[in-house]
Ligand binder design. Structure first.
Ligand SMILES: [Zn+2]
Ligand SMILES: [Zn+2]
Length: 287
């Protein structure tokens, strides 16, 4: 059985729930995932729990996951692997990180951030999801580094791995892993249909949509909700199903009908007349 221990960082908040989960996987040597903020007392707790450390992994470069990584590496004398972090070894998609008999595979899962990686242990079905899936509530997608189109693809990718247990970056362990991922996909689908319904009634600003769609939520989540709403609108704009009419992201936004490529008939992005492959083919033909 895979030994996994959580050391909770003392950084509770709106984004972090009870705090960041630092995961200690295996032992002698162990792998430490997300040392979290650079808080010496927390890092000392992690070092005590982790014993001899073979590798340190970082899921993404947000301040609640990363700043402790290099100081912790210094403390325990182990290498740090990350997709995007100065001073760390660069992690590639699909790369396996070994420590003793333990083997974790890096799964590039952009969406929450563009550098986000999850770590999978195929033998036990353990999936360490960082902020791509959290133990309670939903993941926050903040454009432009956050991208909903990529995020949905990443959720599907994680579901396809057939995980059994999710060890999230925040909140409790999830034992019904695949159901949780399907719930996440369904939640985004529902939000999207709420946005489309709102736009069907005429032009709407983001603030107006948040007011209606997040009516049951406390007012202090509205700034986050507005960013999430923008992520949905950018996805719809990409698919030609919504359009921004105002000068800023705030809108107003209107619904639109996807255009088709005048050469091949496929759906095109935004207002383009031709799809990207036809544009390229025509450019090459001109030469
Ligand atoms: Zn994050
Ligand atoms: Zn986080």
């Amino acid at each position: 059985m895979l030994a996994v221990t959580r050391v909770l960082a003392p950084n509770p908040g709106v984004y972090t729930l009870e705090g960041t989960n630092t995961w200690v996987v295996g032992s002698e040597p162990s792998i430490v995932i997300d040392p979290g903020p650079d808080l010496p007392a927390h890092l000392a707790d992690v070092a005590r729990e982790a014993g001899r450390v073979g590798a340190i992994l970082v899921t993404h470069d947000h301040p609640d996951h990363t700043p402790g990584a290099l100081p912790f590496a210094e403390m325990v004398g182990a290498p740090v692997y990350a997709y995007r972090l100065a001073g760390a070894q660069e992690l590639r998609a699909g790369q396996r990180v070994r420590a003793g008999a333990l083997n974790l595979t890096a799964i590039h899962t952009p969406g929450h951030t563009s550098d986000h990686v999850a770590f999978f242990e195929p033998g036990s079905g353990a999936l360490f999801t960082g902020d791509a899936v959290v133990g309670r509530g939903t993941s926050f997608i903040d454009p432009p580094d956050g991208n909903l189109v990529q995020y949905l693809r990443s959720l599907t990718r994680m579901e396809e791995l057939g995980p059994r247990t999710i060890y999230p970056g925040h909140g409790p362990v999830v034992v019904r892993a695949k159901e949780k991922i399907r719930e996440y996909l369904a939640h985004r689908e529902e939000r999207e249909s709420q946005v489309l319904t709102a736009l069907a009634d005429g032009p709407r600003t983001i603030a107006e949509m948040v007011e209606v769609i997040y009516v049951d939520h406390p007012k202090d989540v509205r700034p986050l909700a507005a960013r999430s709403m923008l992520a949905h609108l950018l996805k719809l704009a990409d698919e030609g199903r919504a359009e921004r009419t105002g000068k800023t992201d705030e809108g107003p936004w209107i619904s639109s009908t996807p255009r088709t490529c005048q050469r091949c008939g496929r759906t095109v992005k935004g207002k383009a007349r031709y799809c990207s492959s036809c544009s390229l083919a025509m450019l090459q033909a001109e030469r």
